[in-house]
Design a protein around this ligand. Structure first.
Ligand code: PLP
Length: 492
């Protein structure tokens, strides 16, 4: 634990800045002197003094051998990994690295269909062929969960030549799969398991939370320290362990995908967040879990609003749950999730993590306060008074509509590089999409390049647009047109 008190990267940068070197190098603002005065004052001298570049005393993220190497080694110790790589390209960069490390063009990778767009981007870049697993759909809440052990086993038995199994664990909503068993099944076939752990940095530091990727024996995990672990936005880690993955291959690939101008502010924030989590994480997480459980209890007393907890567990896709995620189901109210998000903003100055048609998601972290939880529960009580009509309520919670997963008819890379044309979105059923369409957040695609567009999915898109939800992706931001694969007609 004493070792974990050290922050070699942050202190290395700090000591360098304190020595006040005369700088004839980038960044040209030179401690803010060459910067817009208002922004300079806002940022402050401290932050600007460590906005530095990879000059030799400060090591180099592309070839770590000094303070960055030491900081990465301490992080590996804290995450129980063999190697940890810092990412200044978010978890998206770390995910792309994982996939490009194991997949060459034509290789198969087993992935759930409800993946973040960075996974589909990596599949296009690498030329891999995705073997999709249907995530478990929760028709009561209207969200997708993770994947089951049995679906992974089936996918592996049918594709024993797959180069990797990718698991999202935990999901955005805090649902965890039986990762240990998934890893065991994949390793029986010598297939490595890659984990999108964007929403799971904290689970490494508390035994009251689901098992982390490294604890479950996974081979790689891309983990957003910035989302829930207290580092600055855009900073993440890539952890690897075991014999399936070559650390030098990972180093080359992450380097190919990373800017050469790596921010020492971001890197220092990773070094210090690791210390904070390793030293105080467990106690802080105990407190966050207590606050979240108290909030859940209080919310479940509010008429027309439901915040699921451990009763959801089912031994399959909902194997475990992160209690710090408050999924707040509002489908018994007379307004939708997006309207609730706006109402909370306008009436209570509350910003939620995300909303969809039927839910809002609020996250409780190691930065939470009791006062803020009270602001949320008080606002939800008021919301219920205004928008819940008990006499209109279905006695059973009615099921919600989630569209079918479209059929993939071309590999995403073939579709991405094929000849394409623009057609009206509402006339596109039956055509093959050349674009991504997703609702962001959470950035889960409705269509990916190569999938056949179906009426069901178009209906789902129009419902989301009508509700004002952020449907994004196509070249045409107005969503009137979509780019599809050109049809080749026979020549007369
Ligand atoms: C499931 C999932 N994976 C990956 C990412 C990408 O993380 P980042 O924003 O750090 O690139 C996100 C971001 O929201 C996510 O929700």
């Amino acid at each position: 634990m004493r070792r974990q008190q050290q922050t070699p990267l942050f202190h290395g940068v700090l000591n360098h800045a304190k020595s006040l070197p005369v700088q004839f190098h980038i960044p040209g603002h030179k401690h803010g002197t060459g910067m817009d005065p208002e922004f300079k004052q806002f940022m402050g001298d401290n932050a600007l003094s460590i906005d530095l570049i990879n000059i030799s005393p400060l090591d180099d993220l592309h070839h770590p051998h000094g303070i960055i190497k030491e900081a990465q080694e301490l992080a590996a110790e804290a995450f129980h990994a063999d190697h940890t790589f810092f990412s200044v390209q978010g978890t998206s960069g770390a995910i792309m690295t994982m996939i490009m490390t194991v997949c060459s063009p034509g290789d198969k990778i087993i992935v759930p269909r409800n993946v973040h767009k960075s996974i589909m981007s990596a599949i296009i870049f690498s030329g891999a062929t995705p073997i999709f697993i249907h995530p478990e759909l929760d028709v009561t809440l209207g969200i997708s969960h993770g994947i089951t052990v049995s679906s992974v086993k089936k996918a592996i038995e049918a594709n024993p030549d797959a180069k990797g199994v990718l698991v999202i664990n935990p999901t955005y909503f805090g649902v965890a799969a039986n990762l240990e068993e998934i890893v065991r099944s994949a390793h029986e076939y010598d297939i490595p398991v890659l984990v999108d752990e964007a929403h799971g940095v904290h689970i490494h530091f508390s035994d009251k939370l689901p098992l982390s990727a490294m604890q479950a024996g996974a081979d790689m995990s891309a983990t957003s320290v910035h989302k829930l672990g207290g580092s600055l936005t855009q900073s993440s880690v890539l952890n690897i362990r075991g014999d399936y993955i070559s650390s030098s291959r990972v180093q080359s690939i992450i380097s190919m995908l990373t800017t050469t101008s790596t921010s020492y502010i971001l890197l220092s924030s990773l070094d210090t967040a690791r210390r904070h989590l390793a030293i105080r994480g467990e106690a802080l997480l105990d407190e966050a879990i207590k606050l979240a459980e108290a909030a859940r209890e209080e919310i479940n007393r509010i008429p027309g609003i439901y915040c699921p907890g451990k009763e959801m567990l089912d031994d399959h896709a909902i194997y475990d749950l992160d209690p710090t995620k408050l999924i707040i189901s509002i489908k018994d109210l007379s307004i939708n999730g997006y309207e609730v998000e706006n109402w909370l903003r306008d009436k209570a100055n509350i910003e939620v993590e995300l909303s969809d048609l039927y839910n809002i998601l609020c996250i409780v972290t190691i930065g939470e306060t009791k006062e803020n939880i009270t602001v949320l529960t008080d606002a939800l009580k008021e919301l219920s008074v205004q928008y819940f009509d008990a006499s209109n309520r279905n006695s059973e919670r009615s099921d919600v509509e989630i569209p079918n997963i479209p059929i993939l008819s071309l590999s995403p890379r073939e579709a991405f590089y094929a000849d394409t044309e623009l057609v009206k979105l509402d006339e596109s059923a039956g055509r093959i999409s050349a674009e991504f369409i997703m609702i962001y957040p959470p950035g889960i695609p409705i269509f990916i390049p190569g999938e056949i567009i179906e009426h069901d999915n178009l209906h789902y898109i129009s419902e989301n647009i009508k509700a004002g939800l952020p449907v994004q992706g196509p070249e045409d931001a107005t969503l009137t047109y979509i780019r599809v694969i050109s049809e080749r007609k026979a020549i007369l």
